[in-house]
Write a protein that binds this ligand. Structure first.
Ligand code: GUN
Ligand code: FE
Length: 426
């Protein structure tokens, strides 16, 4: 028998993609991990009086959990260092050597425990996570996230060229490793596997062909990187001269969206019109990672243009391209870079507002996980309870202002409680 529960707080959430709504003393009525109803004070009190279990957070702010649509777990260990290079040199100088360490189970245990604790402590409730090529370490990462109650897609990375021996697979070995990984996985329902070809420069056509076959066999979603950096885009053009665009180089192997292949691509800063057409046609999700794009001097993605085209967009931290695992930063950074882009690059694309960026971080990325990211009946009960009592001010603010201020000024310490699928995880 599912046990119903009431969670009470000062609700502030998106009415739609551009507007917020607030409800003091609002109640979330949840059963079996799903939101059954959002209730007014009077309705909630009635149920509480009938004896339904109540968790009351008073005037603390209650909102949907945040979705990190793109993050690299093994890179958490070196976040905040090595910000002096662009993507391709950054990968060979810092990232690949670090990821090579995850063949050592002791190192992986230490590093992934720190990552999983970091994710649990912050405002993220669901994440799309890259691991490394190593199967045992990836399985352990999935367990660590599961133990902490986090919702996640986790990908064993696939790559077979242009990287150090310690993380380079053969085509046959790499495909067998994916099968081994899927077979060995202990089936949790909140942490699930996702196919993860790293990006075109490190994946041969043969490997991608095999991954496309595995995608159809196992019906797995796909995550990768797309059009992040000018030198990377030029390299893909040299590697795949036959592909019309970078996106077509994935599409050729049936790894680029469509009804049976949910796909999320990080960055999409330099997507040319034909690539954008294909993304729109195939419903490919964009994981916009503003902090990473600033740190690696990659550029600024035209998020407004994607939204105008109806392309699904969420936000990601892209640690360690991004230095912070906090989705608070992803939201405020997305707003800030959109303003710079509007001012300096293209005044026809208006900047993102706070409600819009919040929508991307909740409903936007949440849609990749199904019914996730909204305070609505039938959606997963993923909630944040935020405490702004350590952010004193000489006057009072509206609930909407309190929320915006928490995103700009807050950090993990302001995350008072957190629920994933109805379970309290912090
Ligand atoms: N492209 C391929 N691999 C990576 C990575 O680890 N980080 C980022 N930002 N881009 C990539
Ligand atoms: Fe990335």
């Amino acid at each position: 028998m599912p046990i119903p529960k009431l969670i009470r707080g000062h609700l502030v959430y998106n009415r739609d993609a551009t507007r917020l709504i607030s409800r003091r003393g609002g109640y979330i009525y949840t059963e079996d991990g799903i939101i059954k109803k959002v209730l007014s004070e009077a309705e909630g009190m009635q149920l509480a009086e009938k004896g339904v279990q109540l968790e009351d957070f008073g005037d603390k702010i209650l909102l949907p959990g945040l979705v990190d649509l793109h993050v690299h777990a093994p890179q958490y260990s070196f976040r905040g260092i090595g910000m002096d290079l662009e993507l391709l040199d950054w990968l060979t100088t810092y990232t690949f050597p670090e990821e090579s360490r995850y063949g050592d189970p002791d190192y992986a245990e230490k590093a992934y425990t720190l990552f999983a604790d970091g994710l649990r402590n912050g405002p993220t409730t669901r994440a799309c996570v890259f691991a490394t090529t190593h199967v045992p370490a990836t399985l352990r990462l999935m367990e660590l996230l599961e133990e902490r109650g986090m919702g996640a897609y986790v990908g064993k990375v696939s790559m077979d060229r242009d990287c150090p021996d310690a993380i380079r697979e053969t085509v046959g070995g790499g495909l067998a490793a994916v099968r081994d990984w899927l077979a060995a996985r202990q089936g949790g329902c909140l942490v699930k596997p996702i196919l993860t070809p790293r990006f075109i420069p490190t994946c041969s056509g043969e490997l991608l062909d095999g991954l496309g076959r595995l995608q159809r066999e196992y019906h797995l979603p796909v995550q990768s990187h797309l059009s992040e950096n000018p030198a990377e885009v030029a390299l893909v053009k040299r590697l795949c001269p036959e592909a019309e665009t970078y996106g077509h180089a994935y599409e050729k192997h049936s790894l680029f969206g469509g009804a049976n292949c949910p796909t999320v691509m990080a960055h999409c800063i330099y997507s040319e019109p034909k690539e954008v057409d294909l993304m729109a046609e195939n419903g490919v999700f964009v994981a916009h990672c503003p902090q990473s794009n600033a740190n690696l001097a990659s550029g600024i993605a035209p998020v407004r243009a994607y939204l105008n085209r109806g392309i699904p967009v969420g936000l990601g931290t892209d640690v360690a391209g991004g230095h912070s695992l906090s989705m608070f930063r992803a939201v405020t950074d997305a707003i800030q870079v959109s303003k710079l882009r509007w001012r300096l690059v293209d005044q026809s694309l208006s900047p993102l507002s706070f409600p819009e960026a919040l929508w991307l971080a909740t409903a936007g990325g949440g849609a990749f996980f199904g019914n996730v990211g909204r305070l609505e009946e039938g959606y997963a009960c993923d909630l944040l309870v935020l405490d702004d009592s350590d952010l004193p001010a000489p006057r009072t603010f509206t609930a909407e202002e309190r929320l915006e201020r928490l995103f700009y000024l807050g950090d993990d310490r302001n995350v008072f409680a957190k629920y994933v699928a109805g379970n309290r995880v912090k």
